[in-house]
Ligand binder design. Structure first.
Ligand code: HEC
Length: 120
C-alpha cells in the first residue's frame, strides 16, 4: 500500500478508537450554576450535601470513595454500565451498589435529589 493509503488508514483507526478514550469524548454541557436552581433542585442539593457529598463529587470529575456524579444523567450509562435513568438511581439508593451502602431517605428527598442530579 502506498503511504497516502497508510496514513488514511491510520487516521480512520484513530477516529474509530477515539471514543474509547475519555479524553476525546465531547465535553458534556456544564452543570446548572447553583444560583440558578429552582426550589426543588435547591432542596435536592441539600440532600446531596447531607447524604452523598462525603463519597461523591457533584461539580468536579474527581473520584472520592465513589465515582463523580458530574453529568451523571447526561451520559447513557452509570459507571457499572447500568442505564442512567431515575429508576436505576432509585434502586441504587435503596439497595446500595457494591461498596456503596443503601441510602435511607424519604421519597420526597429522593424526588428532590433526582431533580438536582439532573442539573449536573
Ligand atoms: C459511603 C460512601 C457513599 C455514599 C454516602 C454514597 N455513595 Fe454512591 N457510591 C459509592 C461507591 C463506593 C460507589 C461505587 C460502587 C461500586 O461500583 O462498587 C458508588 C456508586 C454510585 C453510583 C453508580 C452506580 C452504578 O451503577 O455504577 C451512583 C449513581 C451513586 N453511587 C449515587 C449516589 C447518590 C445519589 C448518593 C447520595 C444519596 C450516594 N451515591 C451516596 C459510595 C457512596
Amino acid at each position: 500500500m502506498n503511504s497516502t493509503g497508510q496514513s488514511l488508514r491510520r487516521i480512520c483507526g484513530l477516529i474509530v478508537l477515539c471514543p474509547l478514550f475519555s479524553g476525546c469524548r465531547p465535553a458534556l454541557p456544564p452543570p446548572t450554576p447553583l444560583n440558578q436552581l429552582n426550589a426543588q433542585q435547591r432542596s435536592g442539593y441539600r440532600v446531596f450535601q447531607g447524604y452523598c457529598a462525603q463519597c461523591h463529587d457533584d461539580r468536579d470529575s474527581d473520584s472520592l470513595h465513589g465515582p463523580p456524579l458530574l453529568g451523571v444523567f447526561k451520559q447513557p450509562y452509570f459507571p457499572s454500565g447500568a442505564p442512567a435513568n431515575d429508576e436505576r438511581m432509585r434502586v441504587t439508593l435503596q439497595e446500595g451498589h457494591g461498596l456503596m451502602p443503601p441510602i435511607n431517605i424519604t421519597s420526597q428527598q429522593t424526588q428532590d435529589l433526582l431533580a438536582y442530579l439532573h442539573t449536573l
